[in-house]
Design a binder for this molecule. Sequence first.
Ligand code: HEM
Ligand code: HEM
Length: 189
Amino acid sequence: MYRPTDTPSDIYIWDWIVRVCHWGLVATFVTNYFIVEPGRLYHEIAGYMAVALISIRIGWGILSTKFDGSKRVATEYASFSKVSLRQQAFAEHIQHVKQKKIPTHHGHNPFGWLMIMAVITLLLGLGITGFMMEEIDAMFGNSTLEWIHSIMADVLYGCVLVHVAAVFAVQYIGNIQLVRPMLTGWRKR
Ligand code: HEM
Ligand code: HEM
């Protein structure tokens, strides 16, 4: 969708599905980790919403290339076909940071893709252990499950802290807009 504020020098990076899933995940994580009482109804609702959002994002990572095109429904950047975890990809990214210039047409760097895989694994793990504690009578109040669930929540929190610090550091050192595209979709060329 073209808006009058978009200039031809901007590149569309993150489509609305990626952005809605991202900020929805932020909201549900903050809700469950900091705000509501663990294990109660609102915790359950926010937890299942987080699982739904990450599932949509997984589906989108697989399907988005099919919708990629001129209508800006999707961008190639969201697709899992863009994942590259070769050693060369890491070396190239580090080189770009050292040169203080990350190309503006780049999507996630390989460290970013690793973070996404960690978030996917941890959220699905939280959903499964949470479901087992709530819905399977024999598991109700199971202390091992509770322990695994709380460790996964803490590890996810650790990932989030590293993620947010990395976003701001890479944005500053690599001289590239990262937060704006996750908010508006657009990055200055
Ligand atoms: C609970 C907190 C958070 C979680 C679970 C989280 C998770 C994620 C995930 C899964 C992605 C990949 C997006 C995708 O391809 O679908 C991502 C990307 C991103 N996140 Fe977050 N995030 C969190 C908080 C934040 C905050 C607070 C900010 C900004 C201040 C932020 C900024 C970004 C940016 C800029 C990207 C894109 C990075 C790039 O260009 O490669 N995130 N985040
Ligand atoms: C974003 C996803 C989630 C996060 C970040 C999260 C986080 C947490 C945290 C921090 C605790 C406290 C652990 C402790 O006592 O040290 C907890 C407990 C719990 N969570 Fe989750 N959770 C998530 C999803 C879910 C889901 C989907 C369910 C189930 C439907 C669930 C059910 C529970 C239950 C039953 C407890 C134990 C409550 C108690 O101590 O009595 N959680 N969770």
